[in-house]
Design a protein around this ligand. Structure first.
Ligand SMILES: N[C@@H](CCC(=O)N[C@@H](CS)C(=O)NCC(=O)O)C(=O)O
Length: 259
């Protein structure tokens, strides 16, 4: 973990709500949320949510190609050695809190800000259905499809077909769902933010978005949102330089076992 990037757009949006000078003073004093990040679909989920909420945050890149996810300081925040994670210095009761797992972070930020995560129980249950569908289904299946299609040292037909078909099925589920609603749970929510990055990388998973017209429309609607554009524009130079064929990188990322 090195470097410290401050998202200027977000840090200027200190979000002092009108009507309370006191609130404004408190907010401007509180330290920003730290986002432990690498530019991947799981990382984008949280940068998108933070941008959508106008939250103040700093990006702390965790170079997962170099093994920074195993640094004790990071493991203290994210014991699963995976990004994303956050530290919110102004957590419950004003005390710092760390949160790992993208779904849990989205829910935390949704509860904290009151945005994109409805309070009404019926609406909230719908958001949670699609959020858990993403973290338990689309994410892992798309991750395996990507792995066997692009990273595996040998092309294993059975594995490629298994995960490519599963992503195809899941895209079909979203497409059907979106035929009758604008967003997965009706209104734009953390569930959409969770799935967006995986649809963005559709080609890598062997999918053609034009086969899924409603999903395609949903994707384009989200892609052009100003907050989404800002989140995707966050540059981490070291990430562009990663060579997945470099044996040192592969030794860090693949074949991990209990430590
Ligand atoms: N279930 C986790 C998955 C996170 C995940 O897989 N993160 C990847 C990047 S997309 C990672 O940190 N990989 C590091 C590694 O493989 O060591 C979540 O939703 O937050």
């Amino acid at each position: 973990m090195k470097g410290r990037r401050k998202n200027s757009r977000a840090s200027s949006a200190v979000a002092a709500k009108p009507g309370s000078a006191n609130t404004a003073r408190k907010r401007s004093r509180s330290a920003p949320i730290e986002l432990f990040y690498w530019p991947t679909p799981n990382g984008w989920k949280i940068s998108i949510m933070l941008e959508e909420c106008g939250s103040r945050y700093v990006v702390r890149p965790v170079d997962i190609s170099k093994g920074e996810q195993f640094a004790p300081r990071f493991l203290a925040v994210s014991p699963n050695n995976r990004i994303p994670a956050i530290v919110d210095p102004a957590g419950p009761n004003g005390r710092p809190i760390s949160v790992f797992e993208s779904g849990a972070i989205l829910q935390y930020l949704g509860r904290k800000t009151g945005k994109f995560y409805p309070r009404d129980e019926r609406d909230r249950a719908a958001v949670e259905e699609w959020l858990f569908w993403q973290v338990g289904g689309l994410g892992p299946m798309a991750g395996q499809a990507n792995h066997f299609r692009r990273y595996a040292p040998r092309q294993i037909e059975y594995a490629i077909d298994r995960y490519t078909n599963e992503v195809n099925r899941l895209f079909g589920v979203m497409n059907t769902r979106l035929a009758k609603r604008d967003f997965l749970a009706g209104r734009y929510s953390i569930a959409d933010m969770a799935s967006f990055g995986w649809v963005k990388l559709a080609e890598r998973m062997g999918q053609n978005l034009s086969d899924f017209p409603h999903l395609h429309r949903w994707f384009e609607t989200i892609r052009v949102r100003p907050a989404v554009k800002r989140a995707l524009a966050i540059r981490v130079e070291a990430a562009s330089a990663v060579d997945i064929h470099d044996p040192k990188v592969r030794a860090v990322l693949f074949g991990q076992r209990a430590r």
